[in-house]
Design a protein around this ligand. Structure first.
Ligand code: HEM
Length: 162
């Protein structure tokens, strides 16, 4: 829980160009804490998925496997991002961190989508509908991340090298 909060809140500041430009040491140090927190959050998510007994109404096979794949991908993106910046590949670093962040922020979008469903449909989604909303929320986050990566983060579109 603490690692997810740290990843989601402190992680947001890592995307501020002003902090990176004027306080690169802060970006690096906060970045290392956020990277570790992100990996811990992903590992605890994998742990819960594998070892908690969820009824099918709360987690069907599709959601189970999507959680496994996204948990592993999140760790891979964070490690890949740190390796990329060590070879000064800022684009790959920022893109990988944004993809990891999109996965890590899944719960926020899932909450928003779940409440919207209750408002419009009148009851909480369970079973395949719930799996669909949970997975759909991650699709929304990852699509938004790709749009930002290929518009704002792409080197030609970014004002400086930081
Ligand atoms: C959640 C998002 C992010 C995290 C967790 C993060 C994390 C990190 C970490 C851990 C380092 C230091 C690597 C080392 O140990 O040497 C670093 C360096 C760096 N990051 Fe990020 N980063 C994030 C987003 C970004 C973004 C969006 C950009 C640029 C568009 C960026 C640009 C850089 C640069 C230029 C450095 C090198 C700083 C220096 O050595 O002077 N980072 N980041």
């Amino acid at each position: 829980m603490f690692s997810s909060v740290l990843f989601c809140i402190a992680g947001a500041f890592q995307f501020f160009p002003s902090i990176r430009r004027h306080h690169p040491t802060a970006h690096r140090l906060i970045g290392r804490a956020v990277a570790i927190a992100g990996c811990v959050a992903a590992i605890s998510g994998l742990w819960m998925t594998l070892f908690f007994a969820f009824p099918d109404t709360l987690q069907g096979r599709p959601l189970f496997w999507v959680r496994i794949v996204l948990g592993v991908l999140m760790i891979g993106f964070i490690i890949g991002a740190v390796i990329a910046i060590r070879s000064r590949n800022v684009f790959q670093h920022s893109a990988a961190m944004l993809r990891a962040y999109a996965i890590g922020q899944g719960a926020s979008t899932q909450t928003f989508v779940g409440i919207s469903w209750i408002i419009f449909v009148g009851y909480e989604a369970t079973g395949p509908a719930r799996d669909g909303l949970m997975i759909g929320s991650w699709v929304i986050n990852l699509l938004a991340a790709e749009i930002v990566i290929w518009t704002a983060l792409r080197p030609a579109n970014r004002s400086s090298k930081t």
